[in-house]
Design a protein around this ligand. Sequence first.
Ligand code: ADP
Ligand code: MG
Ligand code: ZN
Length: 483
Amino acid sequence: MDYEAVIGLEVHVQLNTKTKAFCGCSTEFGAPPNTQVCPVCMGQPGVLPAMNEKALHKSIQAGLTLNSEIAGYSKFDRKNYFYPDLPKGYQISQFDYPIAKGGFLEFDLPDGSVKKVGITRAHMEEDAGKLIHAEGTSYSYVDLNRSGVPLLEIVSEPDMRGSEEAFYYLKELRNIMKYTGVSDVNMEEGSLRCDANVSIRPKGQKELGTKVEIKNMNSFNGVRKAIDYEIERQISALGNGEKIRQETRLFDSAQNKTFSMRSKEEANDYRYFPEPDLPPVVVDKETVEKIKLTLPELPRAKKIRFMREYGIPLQDAEALTDDKDLADYFEETKRNYNGEAKKAANWILSEANAYINVKKVSALDFRKIVTPSSTGELLNFIEEGTISGKIAKDVFAEMVESKKNAKEIIEKKGLKQISDTGELETLVNQVLTNNPGEIEKYKAGKLNLMGFFVGEVMKLTKGQANPKVVNELLRKKLEQEIL
Ligand code: ADP
Ligand code: MG
Ligand code: ZN
């Protein structure tokens, strides 16, 4: 039997507001445990939550980027369950009236095709605290700093057909949320979390198979592996005549396997009811239109524009727009550079990126070390033949270390390229006179010795000779030798 996989994702995005969803506590990550708490987010009785307007604003922004309809009326509900990281005994969430409904997300797949995945809804809720299970103890700690941090849960339609589509859906979603500035989308810090719903069905069948929900994946590759494992597990289970149980499974990244956590029968009944302490959320059309104007150009639109406007290949456009700050860096460099955009893209993706990685800085911080206009100026020097590409790499290294600009470094160190034919001819003659044996070999047919001769001239000039001029001069001289 030929099976097809069906996948729907539920993604929790932590909104990067300064304060929590319903109180004024800080949301800063990494503070000592239980230092960012108050009676509201600790769930003490008699307190009154109040909606954080920024969290609503960011939720609307996020909904708009997903082409969703923003609800004029939405409300909060209590989702009741008991767990030690949830001292109130309920989570404030949205049940039947979410802030955003419908919509879709479009993204590119490596084979060049475009995938469109439907968005079911996006609703606002609050995060729970964190349990810390210290090794060697028979008890656990609870840290409530995260309790009450605003979340947006984005639920997709079951439109994906394999782990690759899920992977690229997540990547696009992450980039959009980052571009829009609604979230830090850091999977390690938990500001982006994903549950995957996976089922299989015989190819051609319309009805969906029984789904399994996978939790506990903490990287994009983890999501990919968990889904692949789960598809295989379900196919072999059906092959063995077993039935798929509707259940929640946990992914173990060390073993690359999923394990059953609870079946649907044991699942919670959340007994949702309207949150009496918070008024409904009413958003008028004008507000939505105003927020629409705050949205930046989204990553895919930017990528497509880069290819069209700058004539750079898809791979470069993708690598540049993967990080908005790097994309901005490229565009500003290009504005200060008279050569081809492709050369600026190459330089940024190899040279600048190397320092960004080595120095472990963001593209945004890198521009404080070497500004895009400095990089543009350096590239102009290569373009004009003032310095060679090779010397430019050394100059760039110095720019990174000293924060000086290219012109200063080139002048101070006397790095200007030697293109003067007379000066270079003298050096070419010197090299030839010093290597009669090599000339004989060259004459005998070892033509790749050309590289050796060029290298010798380069050595004499500490790399400053214009390689094109040196090549031409050598070719002429050696031709004369052969004749
Ligand atoms: P639940 O009530 O169990 O949370 P929902 O219907 O709300 O289920 O769907 C949750 C997620 O599961 C959505 O992303 C949806 O697209 C996905 N989903 C629903 N049914 C299936 C299925 N049969 N196979 C794969 N994913 C599914
Ligand atoms: Mg669910
Ligand atoms: Zn608080």
